[in-house]
Design a protein around this ligand. Structure first.
Ligand code: ADP
Length: 180
C-alpha cells in the first residue's frame, strides 16, 4: 500500500539547540518522512544567539551527523502560516513534563483552531527531561560542563561567547533571568 509522504515542522527558539531537541527530532523521524527545524526569528527574552547563529549551529549538526530527511530554516511571524507555506502536514513538539503539557495544549488547540493543523507530541528520553535552553544558557554563563546535554559545536560556541564577556558579566546575566 502506498503511504502518503508526511512532512513535519519542528518550531522553536532553539537558543541554543540541546540534546533534548535532537532527541525529539530523532523520534520524529521515526514517524515522519521529513522534519524541518524551524527557528523562530521573533525576539525572545534573554536571547543569546541570533537566529542566524542558531540556524548555523543546527546546520553544522545536520551535516556532521549526516541526518537524513532533516533541514533547518528560520521563519518570521506565525508558526501556522509558516507551516502552510511549507505544506507541512503536522507540527512536531516535544514534551518534558506535565508543566509543558498545559502550555503546549493551549498552543496546539490554537493552531488547530486557526489553521486546522495537528500537532504531534513526542516525549523526550528521561535523561533530557530537565534540559532547557534557558538552563543551558545559565549554566554556560557560569562556566559549567554541559557536554552530556548539548552537542559539541554548541558547547564550543557557548564557551567562546562567555569567554568574550568580562568576568562577572555572565553571572549577572544569569541572575537577571530569574529577575524576570
Ligand atoms: P519554544 O520557545 O517555542 O518553547 P524551544 O526551543 O524552547 O522553543 O522548544 C521547542 C520545542 O522543543 C518545544 O516543544 C519544547 O517543549 C521542546 N523541548 C525543549 N527542550 C526539550 C527537551 N529537553 N526534551 C524534549 N523536548 C524539549
Amino acid at each position: 500500500m502506498n503511504r502518503k509522504f508526511v512532512r513535519a515542522i519542528f518550531p522553536g527558539s532553539f537558543d541554543p539547540i540541546t540534546n533534548g531537541h535532537l532527541d525529539v527530532i530523532s523520534r520524529g523521524l521515526k514517524l515522519f518522512d521529513e522534519v524541518i527545524i524551524a527557528v523562530g526569528k521573533s525576539p525572545i527574552k534573554n536571547q543569546l544567539f541570533t537566529p542566524e547563529e542558531r540556524v548555523e549551529m543546527i546546520a553544522e549538526i545536520i551535516r556532521q551527523r549526516k541526518m537524513k530527511g532533516v533541514s533547518v530554516e528560520s521563519f518570521d511571524g506565525l508558526t501556522v502560516e509558516y507551516a502552510t507555506k511549507k505544506k507541512a502536514d503536522v507540527i512536531l513538539r516535544g514534551l518534558r513534563s506535565l508543566t509543558d503539557v498545559q502550555y503546549e495544549f493551549q498552543l496546539a488547540m490554537t493552531n488547530r483552531a486557526v489553521a486546522g493543523i495537528e500537532t504531534v507530541f513526542v516525549m523526550t528520553s528521561e535523561q533530557y527531561g530537565f534540559t532547557s535552553s534557558t538552563l543551558i544558557r545559565e549554566v554556560a554563563s557560569l562556566g559549567g560542563d554541559l557536554s552530556n546535554l548539548i552537542p559539541e559545536n554548541v558547547h564550543k560556541r557557548l564557551r567562546k561567547r562567555f569567554k568574550k564577556r568580562t568576568p562577572g558579566e555572565g553571572s549577572r546575566k544569569a541572575g537577571s533571568q530569574t529577575g524576570g
